[in-house]
Write a protein that binds this ligand. Structure first.
Ligand code: MG
Length: 261
């Protein structure tokens, strides 16, 4: 069931969104060579709690940490570890969520660790642009397929893969609501978008094959060919004036691509 939110509810949602974005920005500032993914997790959890929030991922379906931290060929759901140290040239996809006032913000960003190759940089830039392209389609009267088509078309026209098994979703008083928001689709197909829907759009795009598997820890999803993947996400509301990004802080809804800033 898709839950429609009132304008007042959408305003309240923005507080959770702002802390989620600020937490993501903090995570990005820590993404430097020599830092462990567990250090990033601990800093983000402290930040969210300091701002009166609850980390949205901790305990969700049993996930053991406050952020998902996925390095290089890890697509999504990477578990922070005290012995996973970032290296020059890595990329790290971090997913942060905060629950505040009963609303859940959800956003993700792939950061560069130091200097990355031109090839990896291009993958990240295109994936970020896929998110933008998807958001542009999130207007009343369009369909979910318009979002999926926009993401898929941009990714595949650049020669990249689109992950099928993990998708965006409705977001609101819980992290995952209806509907699913796939990163592939056909124009004009799927659920019709209405004013008051709140959804997380989150393209996961791969340099090589989109085929993937889950590691023995039961969580971390990696590409089958070991090539890198990127992941960008914002929570948005569909309003009569177009899409409004809910995961925005004082600096706006976007982070910089370069970590360590
Ligand atoms: Mg999400």
């Amino acid at each position: 069931m898709i839950i429609i939110k009132s304008p007042e509810e959408i305003e309240a949602f923005k507080k959770a969104g702002a802390v989620s974005k600020a937490a993501l920005r903090l995570a990005g500032s820590l993404a430097k060579p020599g830092v462990s993914t567990k250090e990033i997790d601990a800093a983000v959890e402290g930040f969210i709690r300091l701002h009166g929030g609850i980390p949205g991922f901790k305990g969700l379906y049993g996930f053991p940490a406050s952020v998902c931290a996925s390095v290089n060929e890890e697509i999504v759901h990477g578990i922070p570890s005290p012995v996973t140290f970032l290296k020059e040239g890595d990329i790290i996809s971090i997913d942060t969520g905060a629950t505040i006032g009963g609303w859940v913000g959800d956003n993700a960003w792939t950061f560069f660790v130091g200097k990355v190759s031109d090839e990896v940089k291009a993958l990240c830039e295109v994936t970020r642009d896929c998110l933008k392209a998807g958001i542009e389609q999130a207007v009343p009267g369009n369909h979910l397929g318009d979002i999926g088509y926009a993401v898929q078309h941009l990714a595949e026209s650049n020669g990249y893969g689109v992950v099928r098994e993990y998708v965006g979703h409705g977001v609101g008083r819980v992290m995952h609501e209806d509907p699913n928001v796939p990163n592939y689709g056909r124009r004009g197909r799927g659920v019709k978008l209405q004013v008051g829907m709140t959804i997380a759009i989150e393209p996961m795009i791969t340099m090589g094959t989109h085929k993937n598997h889950t590691l023995a820890n039961g969580w971390t999803v990696v590409t089958n060919d070991g090539q890198p993947a990127a992941h960008y996400e914002n929570s948005i509301a569909i309003t009569k004036d177009g899409p409004v990004i809910l995961t925005a802080d004082d600096e706006g809804p976007w982070c910089t691509l370069q970590g360590g800033e």
